[in-house]
Design a protein around this ligand. Structure first.
Ligand code: ADP
Ligand code: MG
Length: 699
């Protein structure tokens, strides 16, 4: 049956059209004002919206509502309340008030707070974010909310994200006005996150404790075939995958998520979905929902969707590409090179602001994507290295070089520029350059931050990016604010020149996967924060604290809480992985090796019983190998257990994280090498878990 997609699209969203239809005109206007300008929402408006929302939700089958929020995990949280309210005569009415819409009070004691809130102060508040539309899922009305403690500290990811968007808006508008662009009142940041994932058969998944507990395989010998044929990338979709993707698209469309592009990725069983970009907070909410719906729809197809950054060794892991730009309320993309000289000045100012921001806060950007899972990708020749650098393409790089050296720019046919004179550079958009190895690439009219892990919320990197760019723009404004109009052009030119000279070290257009680059990056003084425990301590470096606190993104306690939660999360993840591995080796793999050895020994002695002088050298050889392997596994297993115990007993969280990274992970690698070798010797009838070949090639 052909579905009417425009009708289906957003059918479960309380969107602008429905609001306009359902709300009294003055109430609708007041709400729009709040959404657009962030003004305070009066209770009578909230009441009116609540009634409309409830009516609409009930018409669409909802029985409950929930304040949906994003605690400092990578997940979302919800607690459902039904609309029912006793009417006094044993009857009920369906009720929902403005107060209930605007504010919730979930018991928040079990969410990570990083010391922000003692458990006796269990109360947390959720507050409606009217800029992200409410929607219906599983017969519940979902209201996107921010989440804070009783004393007002942000306990979530949305609050700092909204704060960072506000800050960037303020600073961008200020500089636009200084550049003479007075009609612009508001800018928004836009994000389009490309999401990678794996699909595996549910039945096989259920036989892998490592996938169940850790989301990634901890052992597993390589399959005879991997991604070397490059036949999967953009390949034909297999019917089962295609059916899944269709179903997924429809579920996302119903929720107003503009799923646009889908394709096979590099690794076998790996795929990607990209939506059309949206305002950052909406894009973040949508990405959270997308990840959840991906898993749910997979279940219906007897599949499991893996969002871990490194589900399988030896083939590519999964990331997210965070496409990012800024757009004005007049519809101008501030990172679009444009055609007229005036727009070019503006473009160059914003471009150079981003360059400065990324150079000044490369460490924070690296931290914003740091996790145990992502550590397996960054620098592993499949994802950008842990060194943050910017790819601009030859054309823009030449433009900036010309600015820096006061040169006349004319090296490209399509490009005409006259630096320092009346007209600022005029050039067409970079069309050909494609660089896949850069962590932060200019792609025509936006930047693409490519270091994100596939499972994490995209809120963190955008909080940092927005704030760092806001700070760069703030410094520009400070430098330009006293300049008289007739000197502005020269002042802007000088500003661009100074900034390029100071920050050009972050620009690198070459191959980011090479060792030469790592050396050069070190010479340039760029950070190379290889692992999460290397990166995280920089979160509280003075310059970073100053940035985040001065722009009111985090208070000092909020900032330290994020640091602590990230470290805690790292330690816990590695602890679970270590325990899972120990369990699989001890309870499943070594017993399987014993079973097989028994079978071999039995075969050998049976053979001897029938033909006394028969050769059993093959059996003997296998027995020796398997014995050696299981002994090695036993030795490494006890090392793993004692190192894990020691790391866990270490009271200092950072020290503990370092021990997990240095010793526990190394133990796991060693143990894995013996386990994987043993796996190659075991017949499928004995192997206690499905091997890589099955996991990767059976869907
Ligand atoms: P690719 O990077 O594979 O070439 P596209 O350039 O088409 O793909 O876009 C990738 C993602 O970037 C999409 O999600 C798209 O919506 C998003 N995108 C495009 N323009 C912008 C923008 N101005 N701001 C943020 N994201 C954008
Ligand atoms: Mg892309």
């Amino acid at each position: 049956m052909e579905k009417n997609i425009p009708e289906l699209y957003g059918s479960l969203v309380f969107n602008d059209r429905i609001m306009r239809n359902k709300l009294p005109k003055d109430m609708y206007k007041a709400l729009r004002k709040t959404i657009q300008n962030g003004t305070h929402l009066e209770l009578d408006v909230a009441n009116s919206v609540a009634v409309a929302m409830k009516e609409w939700a009930i018409e669409n089958g909802a029985t409950h509502y929930t304040h949906w929020f994003q605690p400092m995990t990578n997940f979302t949280a919800e607690k459902h309340d039904s609309f029912i309210s006793p009417a006094g005569d044993g009857q009920i009415i369906m009720d929902f008030s403005g107060k209930e819409l605007v504010k919730g009070e979930p018991d928040a004691s079990s969410f990570p707070s990083g010391g922000l809130r003692a458990t006796f102060e269990a109360r947390g508040y959720t507050a409606w974010d009217p800029t992200s539309p409410a929607f219906i899922k599983d017969r519940t009305l979902y209201i996107p909310t921010a989440f804070c403690s009783y004393s007002g500290e942000a306990l979530d990811k949305k609050t700092p994200l909204l704060r960072s968007m506000d800050t960037l808006n303020r600073e961008a508008v200020k500089i636009l006005h200084l550049l003479g662009n007075n009609e612009i009142k508001h800018i928004n940041t836009t994000v389009g996150p490309e999401q990678e994932y794996f699909l595996v058969d549910k039945n096989l998944y259920n036989q892998r404790k490592d996938l169940i507990f850790c989301g990634r395989t901890l052992i597993g010998a390589p399959a005879p075939k991997g991604q070397e044929m490059e036949d999967h990338y953009f390949g034909t979709l297999k019917p089962r995958v295609s059916a899944y993707m269709h179903d997924l698209d429809e579920e996302l469309w119903k929720l107003g998520i503009p799923a646009k592009t889908k394709h096979n990725e590099v690794a076998p069983a790996q795929h990607e979905l990209a939506p059309v970009f949206d305002t950052t907070n909406v894009a973040v909410d949508h990405n959270q929902l997308t990840m959840e719906i991906m898993k749910k729809v997979a279940d219906r197809h007897d599949l499991v969707c893996l969002l871990h950054e490194k589900p399988f060794e030896g083939i590519n892991g999964s990331g997210k590409h965070n496409n990012w730009s800024m757009i004005t309320d007049t519809g101008v993309n501030l990172l679009d090179p444009g055609k007229t000289p005036a727009e070019n000045t503006q473009f160059l100012v914003f471009l150079v602001a981003v360059i400065k921001a990324v150079d000044d806060y490369a460490d924070l950007l690296r931290i914003s994507v740091a996790s145990a899972g992502n550590d397996h990708r960054l620098g592993a020749n499949e994802a950008p290295p842990a060194v943050v650098s910017i790819f601009l393409g030859d054309e823009l790089t030449d433009v900036l070089r010309a600015i820096e050296n006061d040169e006349y720019f004319s090296s490209h046919d399509s490009v005409q520029m006259d630096i320092g004179a009346k007209v600022l550079p005029h050039f067409i958009k970079d069309t050909t350059d494609r660089n896949r190895t850069s962590p932060f690439a200019f792609t025509g009219n936006k930047f693409e931050f490519r270091m994100l892990g596939s499972s994490s919320s995209v809120a963190n990197p955008n909080i940092i990016l927005n704030t760092a760019v806001a700070e760069a723009l703030h410094q520009f404004s400070e430098q330009l604010k006293e300049v008289p109009a007739d000197r502005m052009e020269t002042a802007v030119h000088n500003l661009l020149k100074e900034t390029v000279t100071e920050h050009k070290r972050i620009i690198f257009n070459g191959n980011g996967y090479t060792d030469e680059w790592l050396k050069e990056a070190a010479d340039r003084g760029l950070y190379n924060l290889v692992s999460t425990p290397d990166a995280l301590p920089h979160f509280t470096d003075t310059k970073n604290k100053e940035l985040l606190i001065s722009h009111k993104i985090f208070t000092e306690p909020e900032l330290y809480s994020r640091y602590e939660i990230k470290l805690e999360n790292y330690v816990k993840t590695l602890h679970i992985e270590s325990c899972t591995m120990a369990e699989i080796i001890q309870k499943d793999l070594i017993p399987a090796v014993c079973t097989y050895m028994e079978q071999i020994a039995h075969t050998a002695s049976l053979k001897k019983a029938v033909v006394p002088d028969i050769s059993v050298s093959g059996e003997a050889e296998l027995l020796k190998k398997l014995t050696a392997l299981s002994e090695n596994m036993m030795t490494e297993l006890s090392a793993l257990k004692s190192d894990t115990a020691r790391a866990q007993e270490t009271a200092d969280l950072l020290e503990s994280a370092r021990m997990y990274q240095k010793t526990v992970l190394t133990d796991m690698d060693k143990l894995r090498s013996f386990a994987d070798e043993a796996e190659t010797l075991l017949p499928e009838t004995v192997l206690p878990y499905p091997a890589y070949g099955k996991l990767l090639f059976s869907v």
